[in-house]
Design a binder for this molecule. Structure first.
Ligand SMILES: Cc1cc2nc3c(=O)[nH]c(=O)nc-3n(C[C@H](O)[C@H](O)[C@H](O)COP(=O)(O)OP(=O)(O)OC[C@H]3O[C@@H](n4cnc5c(N)ncnc54)[C@H](O)[C@@H]3O)c2cc1C
Length: 400
């Protein structure tokens, strides 16, 4: 059953990865879609993103795989290595074999490249993107929804809050959900690969596991850049912004004595940004009458499974499909029923990985990593089984 008679105008709050993906899918179904984005320009932070096969399957269904291919780097393995010796605790294939196993490739991509492709697809589909418009409030009743901006009010049939981890729409719907500091602070940076002297980084997505801190390194844009995310434990921190500059010398000193692939890479680093990793409680509901949440706004997650953007992309696909088949109250209910168990399971896996990468428990922590290596060598199916549920999932084949 088509629902386009009753619902034709949708306002999406936030031109992030989830909001743009949803807008493309809805506009192609005939909805009139407008996005209000608080930023004055369409740009993304300089950082990389791991796009696992479950996300690529959605992007393929939206016809974007061939465009994105020009920007990506396909890693050979997912690896967990000892922070000093570089010894492998785990090495799991991510190239062709993984592509065959999961039905789509595993990619690394610069966020700006993904963002750019999604924005172009939005324009081609007729989506209007209004920049410099911060959404301050909404109202919703049986007949319509209203979005309040700084200097105007806009009306529509549905509002989607895809406004990220600090979501205003979520706050208005459910009250302030105070962030819970996880005791971890992350640093990120992107470095030109040709500036890294004396070592060549392996063509893998590598987690360097060390006591109370870890580092993730991987190539971007066909190998032109290396992206890193470093995570350390700290007693307190308050800022959740992605754009707070960190001191390169401080970062370098924290990782002094680590494997040369890490230290030489950091020698070539000239800028780094840092932010606190916070959790938030599970939300009691994701929608309120004509307003619904999507992506980080309803299920922010720690980056240790590299699945936040992937979940926003999956959300967008499910919500768009449900809206094309059902009236919006049914679509919103089914959306939460389908998505909440999946996103909660991945939030949990992400939390568990933090302890593993930081060798919590001293020798015991290291023993756990060693055991992971043994398991992957002699019972690789166990590790693959865990990843199968994440990467093998195909949201485009669900019957909705
Ligand atoms: C270190 C790190 C590494 C990560 N690595 C990966 C990875 O490898 N793979 C992966 O899948 N995920 C990764 N993630 C997670 C991923 O980046 C996020 O989950 C994803 O960007 C969420 O998308 P979103 O559309 O929900 O929100 P966002 O992309 O945050 O977009 C929200 C948008 O809403 C706008 N906005 C906010 N408030 C308002 C308002 N009031 N009015 C108007 N506009 C507003 C913002 O400006 C922004 O443009 C990582 C995250 C971190 C922190």
């Amino acid at each position: 059953m088509s629902n386009s008679d009753q619902v034709s105008q949708v306002i999406v709050v936030g031109a992030g990865i989830g909001g743009l993906t949803l807008a493309i899918a809805l506009a192609r179904q005939g909805y009139q879609v407008r996005i209000f984005e608080q930023a004055d320009a369409l740009s993304e932070v300089g950082a990389g993103l791991q796009l696992s096969p479950n996300a690529v399957k959605v992007l393929r269904t939206l016809g974007l795989e061939h465009v994105l291919k020009d920007y990506v780097y396909q890693p050979e393995n997912a690896a967990i290595r000892h922070y000093q010796s570089g010894r492998y605790f785990l090495k799991s294939e991510l190239g062709l074999q993984a592509e065959q196993r999961y039905g789509a490739p595993y990619w690394h991509i610069h966020r700006a490249d993904l963002h750019g492709v999604l924005v172009q697809a939005c324009y081609s589909a007729g989506v209007e993107i209004e920049l410099g418009h911060k959404v301050l409030g909404y109202r919703s009743d049986k007949k319509k929804a209203t979005v309040l901006l700084e200097n105007k009010t806009e009306y529509c049939d549905l509002v989607v809050g895809a406004d990220g981890i600090h979501s205003k729409v979520r706050e208005l719907m459910l009250g302030i959900q105070a962030p819970i500091f996880t005791g971890q602070v992350a640093w990120r940076g992107v470095i030109r690969a040709d500036q890294i002297k004396g070592v060549e980084l392996k063509p893998d997505a590598t987690v360097w596991a060390g006591p109370n801190q870890h580092m993730v390194t991987y190539y971007l844009r066909g190998g032109e850049f290396v992206n890193f995310v470093a995570v350390e434990e700290r007693a307190e921190w308050s800022n959740e912004s992605w754009r707070q500059e960190g001191k390169v010398s401080e970062l370098q000193s924290k990782f002094a004595g680590w494997h040369p692939e890490v230290t030489r890479m950091l020698d070539a680093c000239d800028a780094t940004f840092m932010w606190a990793l916070n959790g938030r409680p599970t939300l009691p509901k994701w929608s309120d009458q004509r307003v619904v949440l999507l992506g980080d706004a309803c299920h922010p997650m720690l980056p240790f499974m590299a699945q936040g953007a992937a979940m926003a992309i999956e959300d967008a696909y499910v919500l768009s499909q449900l809206l094309s088949k059902h009236d919006y109250p049914t679509a919103f209910t089914q959306y939460e029923t389908i998505r909440k168990p999946r996103t909660s399971a991945i939030q949990k896996l992400s939390r568990e990985n933090a302890g593993l990468y930081h060798m919590h428990g001293g020798m015991l922590g290291q023993a756990k990593l060693e055991a992971l290596g043994v398991v992957s060598k002699f019972a690789g199916g166990l590790i693959k089984g865990k990843l199968d549920s994440v990467y093998g999932y195909d949201v485009t084949s669900l019957s909705m």
